[in-house]
Design a protein around this ligand. Structure first.
Ligand code: NAD
Ligand code: MG
Length: 391
């Protein structure tokens, strides 16, 4: 079997680092073709020295120059590219077979789409890209013969529990949610939540943005939309189940009364290894699940009143593509402002709801329309934030 070339978009992040950890366990099966980061020179330098990709992309130009300098000084031949367009170049280059899409947010859309259009195996962690582009992305995968494998633990679990071909007998997908760090907090305490409290996830260690999204339940909302696109389901057939232990990563309910679940320790190396090896299974480094320490599995309904972001996501998906683009863009800007202490935790759903309401109706037909809606929604979000700060 020939070694597969793997490009990692967002290698300096949490998913990127876990991906390299799995790849390092299988040097005979995979080689790294490209690594990319926004501006973390130190991390990318270390990764380049260890994995010797052919190319490395640093979006920030000054950071790219610095990386180039350090690699040359160390005698490394890694080719350094700068700028956001270079992400698309490495995502579609011929020596790459598999692309890990692990950039956070809308910034990942164009390179992830480029990977799909180049017919790669796309391992999708960057849920925002699919939420923004929906049908357009799925069409690109089909037209260009790409393989789309979910990395999000819930979707990866569903993928493992679905029939190998078709949707025969599938009634519902049950997406589990930990409920985040404020699951048991009264609504009155949520207004004073700090960024430090919001990023401290009880079960998973992740990047800052997705950690805040998990605390607001927007992450689960984005995942509902992601599940609809990935598995071709209507939103009524995707149900959220709060499961605080994060042992069951999601379930599929069938018409004969069977419910299939995928369980494991909460460690992203399991879904990453599954996507890399599929249809085979690979050693991932994750410890086996000890059922006796797990002991309990609890389930609750999500509380959409305390956590309105989940409700907003269902609504946006029902309204069409423009609303989901607005939802995603407003949420990204809101999370940034919350982390920068410009707005409060409970302002996040208020801002998202307002910007969503201003979105065009219907669904965009092309990439250009998607990008325009994204940009307009961000501008509206920034003026909402500015306005809020003045009052
Ligand atoms: P992170 O913040 O740890 O890493 C983000 C990566 O994206 C970094 O490599 C960064 O350099 C890069 N990046 C950021 N802004 C960029 C830009 N403008 N242009 C190019 N690159 C940019 O995030 P993460 O936790 O690894 O999450 C990555 C994606 O995976 C997100 O979409 C997230 O929702 C999804 N995801 C993450 C987890 C997890 O456990 N961390 C689980 C499921 C899904
Ligand atoms: Mg998830």
């Amino acid at each position: 079997m020939s070694s597969k070339g793997v490009a990692i978009l967002g290698s300096s992040g949490s998913i990127g680092v876990s991906t390299l950890d799995v790849l390092a366990r299988h040097p005979e099966r995979f080689h790294v073709t490209a690594l990319t980061a926004n501006h973390n020179v130190e991390r990318l330098y270390e990764q380049c020295m260890r994995f010797q990709p052919r190319q490395a992309v640093m979006v920030d130009e000054a950071a790219a120059a610095l990386l180039e300098q350090r690699l040359r000084a160390a005698g490394s031949g890694v080719k350094v590219l700068a700028g956001a367009e270079s992400l698309e170049t490495v995502a579609s280059s011929p020596e790459t077979d598999y692309v890990m899409a692990a950039i956070v947010g809308a910034a990942g859309l164009l390179p992830t789409l480029a990977a799909a259009r180049a017919g790669k195996r796309v391992m999708l962690a960057n849920k925002e890209a699919l939420v923004m582009s929906g049908q357009l992305f799925i069409d690109a995968v089909c037209e260009h013969g790409a393989e789309l494998l979910p990395i999000d633990s819930e979707h990866n679990a569903v993928f493992q529990c679905l029939p190998a071909d078709g949707r025969d007998g599938v009634e519902k997908v049950l997406l589990t949610a930990s409920g985040g760090p404020f699951r048991t907090w009264p609504a009155s305490d949520l207004a004073t939540v700090t960024p430090e409290q919001a990023v401290a996830h009880p079960n998973w260690s992740m990047g800052q943005k997705i950690s805040v999204d998990s605390a607001t339940l927007m992450n689960k909302g984005l995942e509902v939309i992601e599940a609809c696109w990935l598995f071709g389901l209507s939103a009524e057939r995707v149900e959220v189940v709060v499961h605080p232990q994060s042992t069951i990563h999601s379930m599929v309910s069938y018409n004969d009364g069977s419910v299939l679940a995928q369980l494991g320790n909460p460690d992203m190396r399991t879904p990453i290894a599954y996507a890399l090896g599929w249809p085979e299974r690979l050693v991932s480094g994750v410890a086996p699940l000890d059922m006796f320490t797990t002991a309990r599995l609890d389930f609750e309904r999500p509380d959409m009143e305390r956590f309105p972001c989940l409700q907003l996501a269902y609504e946006a998906h029902g309204c069409g593509g423009y609303a989901t683009i607005a939802l995603n863009a407003a949420n990204e800007e809101a999370v940034k402002a919350f982390l920068g202490r410009e707005i409060g935790f409970t302002d996040i759903p208020l801002l998202v709801a307002e910007v969503m309401r201003q979105a065009a109706t219907g669904t965009p037909m092309n990439l250009e329309d998607i990008l325009v809606q994204d940009e307009e929604s961000r501008a509206r979000s920034l003026s909402w934030i500015k306005n809020k700060k003045m009052h």
